[in-house]
Design a protein around this ligand. Structure first.
Ligand code: SF4
Length: 365
């Protein structure tokens, strides 16, 4: 009974880890989405549904064709369409004649419901084994996100091209495969050193490098196929980037229940309150809060990505100009869908980086 799930940038590893820890040995890793995936998804989706729906549906069709018959995806009560992805996708796939089972994982539901849904996915795991599997997953996710953060810094500054890419590929695999919490924590501590010792960087470039945060709707912000590899494009321009959005923090119960830790997304939601008092789905509150917080941390600007017809992120787009002006924090909003052209997209990123460079030079004097 091969089990598969949507491709999701480096988080694809996170789901592989979770399933392995739950004892599944029949995981079918999702294919990286291609033009065909996007065409398949668009052909069978409602016309105005958001782009991640289409891309994940396209992935499911391709994987069912390859032999998968169990599908996993996030679910549960959400503020936007996301919670309805799987019931609608199930109807579409059934209409297409596929025979399969859907396993929605209610990531933001009550912990007990989450454990029950993971038990259903797992290989007869007990409650304790399921909790342990989830704990290992969130710890490994911390390290995967740390690797990504360093990747986007070192790739912008490396002297020899592709060194960072090669190291990251190796480290991601090491994190997925390592066994034992002790070994895992040791590996986690070594990650910054491994970057430092392996990659030679251009120290001149580092002095005046522009730093940009990438925020927006979580799927488009974290899936390079959909965001046309925004980090690589910016890193190639010598810009250090970071993901403002983190999936790991949302599942990191170890930190979430620690009263002494306030996670970045919690700080961002608080900072956004004067402008948007309630959560309304997507990452709207976090994006608005990040304009303020990244300015305070002296970052140079934010690139905001959102899928075509995404309701919550349209709200971000309407509030952001006021906040960006008030805090003097440049903010570039780009809408993405399956028709987004690479050349126009790159031109807008280049123009934004030029603007930030000129601004920085003016400030330095
Ligand atoms: S946040 Fe936007 S793109 Fe994501 S599921 Fe909700 S409506 Fe769709």
């Amino acid at each position: 009974m091969p089990f598969t799930y949507p491709h999701f940038g480096s988080l694809t590893y996170v789901f592989e880890i979770l399933l392995t820890e739950l004892g599944r040995t029949d995981i079918m890793l999702p294919k990286e989405p291609s033009r065909k995936t996007s065409e398949l998804g668009s052909r069978y989706s409602p016309e105005f549904v958001c782009t991640p729906f289409k891309l994940t549906l396209g992935t499911f069709i391709e994987m069912l064709e390859l032999g998968a018959d169990q599908l996993g995806i996030g679910g549960g009560n959400m503020y936007c369409r996301f919670g309805l992805y799987w019931p609608v996708q199930r109807l579409i796939l059934e209409d297409l004649g596929y025979d399969f089972e859907f396993y929605p994982i209610p990531i933001f539901d009550k912990p007990l419901n989450l454990v029950k849904s993971l038990q259903a996915v797992g290989n007869n795991c007990t409650v304790w084994e399921t909790i342990k599997a989830f704990r290992t997953t969130w710890i490994k996710t911390r390290y995967i996100e740390l690797v990504d953060e360093l990747h986007f810094k070192y790739r912008a500054l490396e002297l020899e091209p592709n060194q960072a890419d090669r190291l990251v590929k190796k480290l991601h695999r090491e994190i997925v495969e390592i066994k034992g919490l002790g070994n895992l924590r040791r590996l986690g501590k070594q990650i910054p050193e491994k970057f430092e010792n392996t990659i030679e960087i251009d120290k001149e470039k580092r002095k005046n490098a522009i730093r940009i945060g990438v925020c927006g709707e979580i799927y488009v912000a974290l899936e390079p196929v959909l965001n046309l590899d925004v980090h690589r494009k910016l890193n190639d321009l010598g810009v250090i980037t970071t993901n403002c959005v983190s999936f790991g923090m949302l599942i990191d119960f170890g930190r979430k229940i620690n009263p002494f830790i306030r996670l970045p997304y919690q700080k961002a939601r608080k900072a956004a309150k004067p402008y948007i008092g309630q959560r309304c789905g997507g990452e709207t509150q976090e994006n608005i809060g990040d304009i303020i917080l990244y300015k305070k941390k002296n970052w140079d600007g934010l690139v905001h990505l959102y899928p075509f017809t995404c309701m919550p992120e349209i709200i971000t787009r309407s509030i952001a100009p006021e906040v960006s002006k008030k805090y003097d924090m440049p903010f570039l909003s780009l809408v993405i869908d399956e028709h987004t052209g690479e050349t126009g997209y790159l031109t807008r990123l280049e123009a934004f980086v030029d603007l930030l460079r000129r601004k920085k030079e003016k400030m330095i004097g």
